[in-house]
Design a protein around this ligand. Structure first.
Ligand code: DQA
Length: 148
C-alpha cells in the first residue's frame, strides 16, 4: 500500500505560524510523525509540500497509477481551488482531507472546502493526530475492512 501525503501553502512554517491555532511543533515534526505512523502500519509513503497550486495539481496527476490513496491538507487552497478538486476527481484515487485546526469553527470564508468534495472523509481540529486518522482510514478502506 502506497500513500501520497500532500501539504499545501504555509504548512512548511508550522511552529512559527500562528502557534495558537496550529501549535508549536515544526513541519519537520509533522513529517516525522507521518513517517513513523506509516512505518508502524507497514505503509509506503511519500510526502509532498508546496506553496503553489499548480505544483499540487501536477503532483496529484502524477499520483495516478503510482499511489493507492492520497491524504491532503490543501491549506488555504481548500477554500479556493477548483483546480485541486478537479485533479482529485480526475485521478479518482481515494483521498482523505485533513486540517490541523477546526475550520468549521473559524471564519466564514473557511466554511467551503472544494477539495473536500472529492474526498471520502475529512478530519479537522485534531492536530497531527488527524493525519494518523486519515492514514488509518485509508488503510482500512484499501484493505477492504471498511467501505466508504
Ligand atoms: C488549514 C486550515 C486552512 O483554512 C488554512 O488556510 C491553512 C491550514 C489547517 O490545517 O487547519 O493553511 O488547512
Amino acid at each position: 500500500m502506497k500513500l501520497l501525503v500532500i501539504n499545501g501553502p504555509n504548512l512548511n512554517l508550522l511552529g512559527l505560524r500562528e502557534p495558537a491555532i496550529y501549535g508549536r511543533q515544526s513541519f519537520k515534526a509533522l513529517e516525522n510523525f507521518i513517517w513513523e505512523t506509516c512505518q508502524q502500519e507497514g505503509i509506503e509513503v511519500e510526502l509532498f509540500q508546496s506553496n503553489h497550486e499548480g505544483n499540487i495539481v501536477d503532483r496529484i496527476q502524477e499520483a495516478y497509477g503510482v499511489f493507492d490513496g492520497i491524504v491532503i491538507n490543501p491549506a488555504a487552497y481548500t477554500h479556493t481551488s477548483v483546480a485541486i478538486l478537479d485533479a482529485l476527481k480526475a485521478v479518482a484515487l481515494p483521498a482523505v482531507e485533513v486540517h490541523l485546526s477546526d475550520v468549521s469553527s473559524r471564519e466564514s470564508f473557511r466554511q467551503i472546502s472544494y477539495a473536500g468534495m472529492a474526498c471520502v472523509k475529512t478530519y479537522m481540529g485534531l492536530g497531527f493526530e488527524g493525519y494518523r486518522q486519515a492514514i488509518l482510514y485509508l488503510k482500512a478502506l484499501l484493505g477492504g475492512i471498511i467501505s466508504e
